[in-house]
Design a protein around this ligand. Structure first.
Ligand SMILES: Nc1ncnc2c1ncn2[C@@H]1O[C@H](COP(=O)(O)OP(=O)(O)OP(=O)(O)O)[C@@H](O)[C@H]1O
Length: 368
């Protein structure tokens, strides 16, 4: 598996800042008398198969709680049928939740009337779909401007704003083409531009790239990373692809049977799986491409201070291995000019091999 996760600092590590989305005790149950399932501890505790048999219901989302922080890429990952789409659709009530609370910027989503919900979906949390239904007879520019047209924005302004966004997603020169004259990847860029043009606070992606071939998919992932670095917009991204989740996610919620079985950074999920299911899920991940030197470093002593190559704390173990191999000496982990630790080849190899490293008792873990 080639991950080549780029070294990037989490955009927002401050869990004290007010979240964009705050979800608490969320349930979505399909089937007759769905509301009794979360309300009845006995039904709520049943396995999916028992619940289907006893009550004829499917609990697609079961008692899920999480925050989406401002500026982060929050990935919802899980196998087919684990509840990802249902969960993300509940955020803007494209699917009506059965129980629990959802707030966006502190405002209760479940209490919103129709007009407020429309405004939420159009302006605040825009969705990028895998099948986004581009209008086949309209040009790229008009497809992108369409969302602004619905908002009643005048022709000149919407064309100007659409042209800017079309250029931003790399489609300059294709403004006058029709969807039929574009490749799958280019069409997906139009879908992305269409969501971006309304300048939403949050972008919600529902498995947008799963129909693309691997190279184009990777291009689009890089596009998302680039856009995120440029704009810092909050993103919620659904995928069933672990590699995609690890590349894009600042944090990942891993779902199974409607529950979030682990919520953490890629490094926490790969380095400290919560249970056997997660361990099995991440078994083939090349750890050195996900784990950072924080996990492998030991405290620096005085004689370490001036020696060896310098790497930032968010450098991957793979990057540090290269630095250590080139220099033939342990690397210094330098954060804002201060040496915060040292990594040597034994510690780095320990991470690759999956044996406990000095940084495994991660002092920051609890704060996340
Ligand atoms: N309208 C519905 N009525 C009944 N059951 C449903 C409905 N929609 C989804 N489900 C069930 O809820 C569960 C979760 O479905 P969901 O589509 O959220 O999963 P997912 O993780 O997004 O899957 P995929 O990756 O295949 O899209 C599944 O068991 C599904 O069959």
């Amino acid at each position: 598996m080639a991950l080549a996760a780029p070294t990037r600092k989490p955009p927002n590590d401050d869990s004290t800042e007010a979240p964009v989305f705050a979800v608490d005790g969320l349930w979505k149950v399909f089937g007759p008398k769905a509301a009794r399932v979360p309300a009845d501890p006995e039904l709520a505790a049943l396995s999916p198969a028992e619940l289907r048999e006893r009550a004829g219901c499917t609990a697609a989302v079961r008692d899920v709680s999480f925050d989406v922080r401002k500026g982060e890429v929050f990935v919802v990952m899980g196998l087919s049928g684990s509840g990802k789409s249902t969960l993300v659709r509940c955020l803007t009530r494209l699917i009506e939740p059965t129980a629990g609370t959802i707030a966006i910027d502190g405002e209760d989503v479940r209490a919103m009337d129709k007009a407020r919900l429309r405004e939420l979906r159009r302006h605040r949390a825009a969705m990028v779909f895998q099948h986004f239904g581009l209008l086949p007879h309209r040009t790229v520019l008009d497809n992108v401007a369409y969302g602004l047209q619905i908002q009643g924005i005048g022709k000149a302004e919407r064309r100007e704003r659409a042209a800017e966004v079309v250029a931003k997603v790399g489609l300059e020169g294709m403004e006058q083409r029709r969807p039929g004259q574009l490749s799958g990847g280019q069409r997906q860029r139009v879908g992305l531009a269409r969501a971006l043009v309304v300048d939403p606070e949050v972008l919600l992606f529902d498995e947008p790239f799963s129909a693309l071939d691997p190279l184009i998919r990777r291009d689009m992932q890089e596009e998302v990373i680039r856009l995120h670095e440029e704009e810092g917009r909050t993103m919620v991204f659904i995928t069933h692809d672990l590699q995609e989740a690890l590349r894009l996610g600042d944090r990942i919620a891993l779902m199974r049977d409607g529950r979030v079985v682990q919520l953490g950074t890629p490094e926490e999920i790969v380095g400290s799986p919560a249970d056997d299911y997660v361990r099995d899920f991440v078994r083939d991940v090349p750890r050195e491409q996900v784990m950072t030197v924080r996990r492998a470093m030991r405290p620096a002593s005085e004689e370490d201070a001036g020696n060896g190559p310098a790497v930032p704390p968010e450098a991957t173990v793979a990057e540090a291995i290269e630095a250590v191999a080139r220099a033939g000496a342990p690397a210094r982990v330098v954060d804002e000019g201060r040496c915060v630790g040292v990594v040597d080849s034994d510690a780095l190899l320990g991470v690759v091999a999956g044996v406990a490293a000095p940084g495994d008792a991660d002092p920051d873990a609890e704060a996340r």
